[in-house]
Each structure stands twice: as structure tokens, then as C-alpha cells.
Design a protein around this ligand. Structure first.
Ligand SMILES: [Zn+2]
Ligand SMILES: [Zn+2]
Length: 151
């Protein structure tokens, strides 16, 4: 399993591997140590966030946004060229093909765990059934909390 988080001390994005025996996350940039509490990681599952005190994590598709955007852009450019040459079949063929490719990618990419509070990402976690998918209400609650803390 690995975690990507922003170090609370130096704010650099850190990516570290861990398992249930890892005692702490140590920032390779500044050496800041985040102790992993005993109940946080159990076997192949993550029970709570490792870089903040939150227990609210959600499951989302680990979809590389840039790749998705590239597909959409390729579809738009390709179909515009076909449209320019007045070829209706190619225009819709290209749009359709990129939509299929997008969908196929969505199927093959794995899931990642995300923390509502600090946006840490957990990959390679095998057991995620104990976590729900994204909940807008929960997201909003944390967003407001963060806004209040900033004031
Ligand atoms: Zn650091
Ligand atoms: Zn967190």
C-alpha cells in the first residue's frame, strides 16, 4: 500500500509505502514524523487517515485526470478535423471511439482511498469495502470546517 499526502510541516507532497507494521510516516524532505496509531491499518485495510486525525475516507476511481482530458481533447480535435472535411461518419466515429476508450479506461483503473479532510490518497489498499464512495454532504462539512479554521 502507499499513501500520497502533503507533509504538515513542510507542505511538500510525499509518497510513501506502508503496511500494518509501519510505525510512522517519515517525510523524506524535512524528517517530520507522523506516528501511525495501532488501529489505523489492519491487514490490507486502512481504517483511518494516517496524516490527519480524520476517520472519514472515501473510495473513488483512481482515474488519471490528465489521461482522461487527453482522450477528450483527441476526440474533439479529431472530430473537428473530420467535420471540417464534411465527413459525418468519421466525425461521430471518432467521438464514439474516444468515448469507448474513456469508458474502457474507467473500467480498468483501480480504486483509491481519499481523505475528506486532508486529501491524502491511499493506493494499493485491497480491502476498501468498509468505506463508502464519495459523499457530497460529508465533503461539504469538511470544506466548511476548513474554511472556519482558516478564519
Ligand atoms: Zn516534510
Ligand atoms: Zn486526512
Amino acid at each position: 500500500m502507499n499513501v500520497t499526502y502533503a507533509c504538515p510541516a513542510c507542505e511538500v507532497g510525499v509518497r510513501l509505502t506502508f503496511d500494518s507494521k509501519t510505525p510512522a510516516l517519515v517525510c523524506p524532505h524535512c524528517g517530520e514524523r507522523l506516528a501511525i496509531s495501532g488501529d489505523a491499518v489492519a491487514g490490507d485495510s486502512v481504517k483511518r487517515c494516517l496524516s490527519c486525525p480524520s476517520t472519514d475516507l472515501y473510495v473513488r476511481k483512481d482515474f488519471p485526470q490528465r489521461v482522461g482530458m487527453a482522450f477528450v481533447a483527441a476526440g474533439v480535435i479529431g472530430s473537428s478535423i473530420a467535420w471540417y472535411y464534411m465527413d459525418v461518419y468519421w466525425t461521430f466515429g471518432i467521438l464514439f471511439a474516444t468515448a469507448i476508450a474513456d469508458f474502457a479506461l474507467y473500467i480498468v483503473v483501480g480504486d483509491a482511498l481519499m481523505c475528506y479532510r486532508c486529501q491524502s490518497q491511499y493506493r494499493g489498499v485491497k480491502e476498501m469495502n468498509s468505506h463508502d464512495s464519495f459523499d457530497l454532504e460529508m465533503h461539504e462539512r469538511y470544506r466548511q470546517l476548513a474554511a472556519r479554521l482558516e478564519q
